[in-house]
Design a protein around this ligand. Sequence first.
Ligand code: AG3
Length: 283
Amino acid sequence: MSDDWFEETLYPGIHSRMRITEQLFQGDSELQKLNLFENERFGRVLTLDGVVQTTEKDEFIYHEMLTHVPLLAHGQARRVMVVGGGDGGMIEEALKHRSVEHVTLVEIDAGVIEFSKKYLGSICGEAFDDPRTNIVIADGLVHAETTADRFDVIIVDSTDPIGPGEALFSDRFYRACHRCLAPGGILVTQNGVPFMQPEELAKSVAAMRGLFSDAYCYTAAVPTYVGGCMAFGWATENETLRHTDLPTLQSRFDAAGIDTRYYTPAVHQAAFALPRYIGDLIA
Ligand code: AG3
């Protein structure tokens, strides 16, 4: 057995390691350090700038919860924008909805898309080639500020607020998202692991609250995002969407005919029940 280890050093005072059973790629895109290796428990693991982004074995949790929750709460989402998400896992999941006519993927780093097509087929499937997919290589902030398109759901599939991802946690970015959401639209965001990154969640939700009549968060436990559950930001002008009842979610889910491994309508509802320490952060 190999004794090479990848060590994530994202949080001061606690590092986590994964065994590299096979090193598949290491190199730099124009913007970030890419690393792909095989691990006996997680399959292929993609890291950017030393932080685990996605793995073959647990990507379904994160991608299902950032797509099906807003899409099924919305109920008739036709146009979706994914900001970041160059590995293609998010658009692949969103495209499973027949109601979705159009998905715009705005990725700042073309290198990540090329790389993912080549190595992460089990995560992105054929999503990059779907006729409903529109790929834009641009800064997500600039694109959201300038596009003439309007979206029913915007999904921010960002890295952490360090490096190229930082702008996607700014007031200015949330304002730009508010601008290009269609009436009744929903914005959801990757908002870090609150036990480890409490200020990140508190700041994001506070910023969204200044712009949207309903700003909140929901959670899911993703094994490779170490430190407990991850938080996803939720912002919309329609507060009722967060309280969509179970029979409605169930009938939308049944009608969508989507097969999931984490998402269920009951999990959807429960994800908004916040542990006290997380609720306090966004109070
Ligand atoms: N992007 C989110 C990775 C966040 C990791 N951060 C952390 N553990 N705090 C994932 C991209 C998958 N499409």
